[in-house]
Write a protein that binds this ligand. Structure first.
Ligand code: BGC
Length: 273
């Protein structure tokens, strides 16, 4: 049994545009075991500047177990592939390895929206939701998550579809609402346009809206006019770090399955010869 499989306590960390938040999480019930700790995101938020803060987080909780971390970009097998709202120098960085070196602990890094989605599906608005579930986190950017019968399709990045001739998240994120001082109603109209495009593309059965904006659901949900049922996320601020902790377990299981499948295929091939 590996270190990760043995534990149901994982330190969850969420790297965000303004803060890096963390707390130990019980992955069986999604509850935080201690009050969360927040460190302001440095500027520039380069790998060299962020890695010591992950070590500080570990030190703050005197943590010596597994760590799961949400990152605001595409992460494939621990390697960052995009960095829309964080420093470009992350691209092609092996973040798992970087944080392992900084902390001395096994760290599983995943896309931040995927992490938040896992938490919502297990403990929040998506419990028992089958079919195609689309979840988006609306904050500095628009993070997107897709579940098919409860299974995550990672790194979907549908916040970057083209809308009104521009990157959708530049048009309809919470950051755009603040920067352009839009009223909630005006912003809701833009967000509705965004969700209409998503509806056209993937025809989901349920849409869950998470991220910073989800705390203000009553101010914009009434303006949304879609075929699909839309509900606010329930875990609010903590979905990112709770999900990062869950993802550490989830990814470990997938990797294990992958290795097992490869091994079995190899054995079959050898037998055939
Ligand atoms: C990134 C996504 C991320 C989202 C929320 C987007 O700009 O491309 O990977 O999930 O912001 O942080």
């Amino acid at each position: 049994m590996t270190l990760l499989m043995k534990y149901n306590k994982v330190l969850g960390i969420d790297i965000g545009g303004s803060g890096i938040k963390g707390a130990p999480v019980n992955t069986d019930d999604g509850l935080m075991l201690e009050p969360r700790y927040r460190i302001p995101t440095p500027s520039p938020a380069t790998p060299d500047n962020v890695a010591p803060l992950i070590a500080e987080m570990v030190k703050h909780f005197k943590w010596d177990g597994p760590v799961g971390c949400g990152f605001p970009g595409v992460v494939q097998h621990g390697i960052a592939r995009t960095a829309a709202n964080i420093d470009d120098s992350w691209i092609d960085t092996n973040v798992d390895k970087l944080f392992l070196k900084a902390t001395g602990l096994p760290v599983s890094v995943v896309n931040d929206a995927d992490a938040a989605g896992l938490a919502e599906m297990k403990f929040g608005a998506g419990i028992d939701a089958m079919g195609v579930v689309f979840l988006c986190t609306v904050g500095t950017g628009i993070g997107t998550v897709l579940f098919v019968d409860g299974k995550l399709v990672p790194n979907t990045e549908l916040g970057h579809i083209e809308l009104m001739g521009m990157d959708a998240e530049k048009f309809a994120s919470d950051a755009a609402r603040k920067a352009e001082e839009l009223t909630w109603e005006d912003w809701a109209k833009r967000f509705n346009q965004y969700l209409l495009s998503i509806e056209k593309l993937i025809n989901p059965d349920l849409i869950i809206v998470g991220g910073g904006a989800s705390k203000k659901g009553e101010l914009f949900l009434p303006y949304l006019k879609l075929k699909t049922r839309v509900v606010p996320a329930e875990l609010l601020n903590n979905a990112g770090l709770v999900g990062a902790a869950l993802a550490a377990k989830y990814m470990q299981k997938l990797d294990k399955k992958d290795r097992k499948n490869k091994k079995e295929k190899k054995v079959k091939r050898v037998k055939k010869k």
